[in-house]
Design a binder for this molecule. Sequence first.
Ligand code: ZN
Ligand code: ZN
Length: 273
Amino acid sequence: MVAPNHRNLKSDLPHLRKKAYYIRDVQEAIAANAKPDFISRLSSDDRNWALTMIQHPGQLGSKRELLSIVNRWARIFDKAFYFGQGRKRISKISVYASNDGELSEEAAGFYNPDENALYVRLDDPKATGLRYMSTTVHEMLHAFLSYHSCTCAAHCKKRVMPRSKQRRNGIGGNAIEGHGPMFMNPMTAIFRAIGEAFGVVPDPGLIYSLMEEMWTEKWQPRPDQFERWGFPYVSLDEALQVGAQYGAITDDDDGDEIVGDDEGGVRVVCNIM
Ligand SMILES: [Zn+2]
Ligand SMILES: [Zn+2]
């Protein structure tokens, strides 16, 4: 059932509107669209380029080089997974290094919904071509969910608000700023499609994003969710122990990966451990 103010996503595709849909519908459409045959829709140029990039063994030399690579990935993934609607919704794609100052020194990248901008970190200590690719498609998913999902108070707020406003509500966090179910469903579908198409494991760190969501939100996902996402079952206790190793998080802490105030200016910092 579609309540007033919530448009029917399937009848709007591919011309989606801003903040017009239940996030449940947005994530479901992305997950259903994530198929390994996306590779057949790429030009042979793009395909060869992609293969070369994901085999790149280490960190890139310059921001300029990384920026052009991230931009090309964004064009490719736009076609592959985001209905040709993803790239044009992002107002800025940027790269940064940890010595730039205020930008996070721990993240692989982040998305800032306030300026609708996507950032990838050059000197991610574990950077390879594959990780830069994974970070780009991951931040694009935050951007796509953020741009298109309704945030109305009546129906949607509790699934899309910053965590600080909805902690311990038992639903496992939100998707736009966090890595709850509405994020993990489409993300794992996309990584599976990329993995099958290119014969790689895109982001072995994604389970840490999930565990971080668990220890921050005190959230225990169901066994069938772990199965759908392709992860071994992790209990909340185990996630809390991992969290403690990484210096997280007291009960009164809102989580260190969200920076900003409650009304905007929040940015999503995506750690990959
Ligand atoms: Zn709504
Ligand atoms: Zn993220």
